[in-house]
Design a protein around this ligand. Structure first.
Ligand SMILES: O=C(O)[C@H](O)[C@@H](O)[C@H](O)[C@H](O)COP(=O)(O)O
Length: 246
């Protein structure tokens, strides 16, 4: 597995580079296999990438891209906190996707009411119909918090030790809102390329720890995410500031 570290001036430069690379990657996978599957992330960096994808020209056949989410805030579908809503506004509403290939996580007040566990189980069943326990995702975008969290996997949380379910509910997220649905490490095992999108000096220490390779995932959850073929870190100079010179 290759680890690539690419450093840019700021968030916008990170998002522009990752957005350009994403459309190139999707087009290359489609040229080889006809379809491509990607996992989106929430957070400012994750959404900024989608905004750049919207503004870039590409050969992507968006009707043959399967789109999943790595986590979701368990709030009503029209709540601006929804990662799905933010992704639709940034990109999905502006491209010709096949609705049957867009797989948002359930919202609160929807089919499962306020039962986050039932919603998580349902998404896990959706994934299990496409792989064991999840599809083989081509690219999984990941933001990272200043505590080293990814998706809604937070330091010290029980979800980090989930070994079978691909999706779980979280009720005590330290990052609001508190109730979320998240992929787990078992779902991350089937990812070909993991792409981290990390900016800001407050993330320099967890980024260095995760890249260093010997961090405990219970302390730095990002350390537990790697692609089968490649793990790419798109960093700004502030987030890269604690990396060893090499
Ligand atoms: O739903 C979420 O909040 C995200 O999935 C979360 O994991 C996010 O990616 C990180 O918190 C980084 O967010 P920023 O890029 O905004 O720092």
């Amino acid at each position: 597995m290759t680890v690539r570290i690419e450093v840019f001036d700021d968030l916008d430069a990170v998002a522009q580079a990752a957005g350009k690379r994403l459309v190139e990657k999707i087009a290359a996978v489609q040229a080889e296999r006809g379809v491509c599957s990607i996992v989106l992330t929430g957070g400012s960096a994750g959404i900024a990438v989608l905004d750049h994808v919207r503004r870039s020209q590409s050969d992507v056949d968006w009707r043959h891209v399967d789109i999943y989410w790595g986590d979701e805030r368990f709030v009503p579908e029209d709540d601006g906190d929804r990662n799905e809503l933010q992704a639709r506004r940034a990109l999905l509403e502006h491209i010709d996707v096949d609705p049957d290939r867009v797989h948002p996580m359930p919202a609160a007040g929807g089919e499962f009411g306020d039962d986050a566990e039932a919603a998580a189980r349902a998404y896990g069943e959706l994934l299990a119909r496409r792989g064991d326990p999840a599809p083989e995702f081509d690219v999984h975008l990941l933001g990272m918090g200043p505590d080293g969290h990814i998706e809604s996997l937070f330091p010290g949380h029980a979800a980090l030790d989930e070994q079978t379910a691909a999706v779980v509910a979280v009720h005590d997220s330290p990052k609001p809102p508190p109730v979320r649905i998240t992929l787990t490490y078992p779902a991350l095992r089937n990812v070909d390329e993991v792409w981290f999108l990390v900016t800001g000096s407050d993330k320099a220490a967890p980024a260095a720890a995760a890249i260093g390779g010997d961090a405990d995932v219970h302390e730095v959850p990002a350390a537990g995410a790697r692609g089968r073929s490649a793990t790419v870190w798109f960093l700004d100079t502030a987030a890269a500031s604690e990396l060893p010179e090499s």
